[in-house]
Design a protein around this ligand. Structure first.
Ligand SMILES: Cc1ncc(COP(=O)(O)O)c(C=O)c1O
Length: 400
């Protein structure tokens, strides 16, 4: 009989991938479905990046590479951190993995022993707790609810730290809430960390370039240089350059950690695709002008979605600083009944009934650890977003 390992039994499959899959299956069965579940930009990889990949293939750059990345890409990453974040790293401090996800997982596998704790602000990106569990650690949740703008406060961080804490995971702008930390907010968290030298910080800056209304992005190593020797600054090309399928993520941090991560890769994945690495070199070194253009596009979509969702009966939607998600509350909807007689007892019920009644796929808040909410990804066209929000308004309007 098939049996999952003890480690895997602690883990649940990704809820966001499950919703996308469910929406795809309904669409295949002929239903008119709008999926607001996917976490990927709807625009194409830039042509200069595609051309670099084609050149790499034609030039025979198709063999194994250094396990944790080619020197040219590591240099492009060092340059990116210097140019955009004012951070000084050497190439020996850089890891390139097959996506942002493996960067985080490799760091956790490389550092966690049984019983070690990782502080995960809640709501969280679905994969953090399960990656911690799979790596043998224990996630410890710290509230970052709507009352504090979905941000971890210094007091909540202080309360979550124990002698077993190894890491704090920060994610700004956040998936699922879109919240981004200001310099002052990061400084307040850093002041707590300074008092606890055994706690390291893994900062996931995947959505760095998607910030709105003139918000200035900051990352903790920049705000608190004294934490540099225990911070892993993680990023990737997936979201900023519309390269989700290419699978390139990267991070920079203390050399012993980077070496340990390479050791994990040497016995598991080996290097990320050589072709994708050359494409990423071009993404980071090539023209960057489309980035602010896209950010403006996403800002307009955010405004549309926030406006329309707040007009839906029972929905309260905050205006986030970045990313391409909103995380509205459905507190006032809980306990109501749909036109089909189904009681909405949870955000999971809400998401299911919305999909059944109106063919709109969203991800329930429980998957991100904070209910009753749901996550909307607005990485899709304005027409589609308007139609989806109209359907959500109709669905909510029909609840009694
Ligand atoms: C916050 C966050 N970090 C990391 C990732 C993973 O990125 P990648 O597709 O490069 O593995 C995602 C993707 O959804 C994300 O939302």
């Amino acid at each position: 009989m098939f049996e999952q390992s003890a480690a895997l039994r602690r883990v649940k499959p990704s809820a966001t991938l499950a919703v996308t899959q469910q929406a795809r299956e309904l669409a295949r069965a002929g239903r008119d479905v709008i999926s607001l579940g996917a976490g990927e930009p709807d625009f194409d990889t830039p042509q200069n990046v595609k051309d670099a990949a084609i050149r790499a293939i034609q030039d025979g750059k198709t063999k194994y590479t250094d396990v944790d990345g080619i020197p040219e890409l590591k240099q492009a990453i060092v340059d990116k951190f210097a140019r955009e974040n004012g951070l000084t790293y050497r190439t020996s401090q850089v890891n390139v993995s097959p996506g942002g996800k493996p960067v985080i997982y490799n760091a956790l596998v490389a550092t966690l022993s049984p019983g070690d704790e990782v502080i995960v602000p809640r709501p969280y990106w679905v994969s953090y707790p399960d990656m911690v569990l799979l790596a043998g650690g224990e996630p410890v949740f710290a509230d970052a609810s709507a009352e504090t703008g979905f941000k971890l406060t210094a007091a909540a961080l202080e309360a979550a730290i124990t002698p077993r804490t190894r890491w704090l995971i920060l994610n700004s702008p956040s998936n699922p809430s879109g919240a981004a930390y200001t310099r002052a907010e990061l400084r307040a968290l850093a002041d707590v960390l300074v008092r606890h030298p055994h706690v390291w910080v893994l900062t996931d800056d995947m959505y760095e370039h998607l910030v709105f209304d003139g918000f200035e992005f900051s990352t903790i190593a920049q705000v608190a240089p004294e934490l540099m020797d225990r911070t892993l600054t993680m990023n990737g090309v997936s979201k900023a350059y519309a390269m989700t399928g290419w699978r390139i993520g990267y991070a920079a941090g203390p050399e012993p950690l980077i070496k340990a991560m390479a050791k994990v890769m040497s016995q598991t994945t080996s290097n990320p695709s050589s072709i994708s690495q050359w494409a990423a070199v071009e993404a980071l070194n090539g023209p960057q002008d489309f980035i602010p253009t896209n950010a403006k596009l996403f800002q307009d979509r955010r405004d549309l979605v926030v406006g329309m969702l707040n007009q839906a009966s029972g929905i309260e939607c905050a205006t986030p600083e970045g990313a391409f998600y909103v995380y509205p509350s459905i507190r006032q909807v809980i306990g109501k009944t749909t036109e089909n007689g189904q009681v909405i007892g949870s955000d999971e019920d809400f998401a299911r009934e919305l999909l059944t009644a109106e063919g709109v796929a969203v991800v329930h808040g429980e998957a991100f650890g904070l209910s009753p909410h749901f996550r909307v990804s607005y990485a899709t066209s304005t027409d589609v977003l308007e139609e989806a929000c109209r359907r959500i308004q109709r669905f909510c309007g029909g609840l009694r």
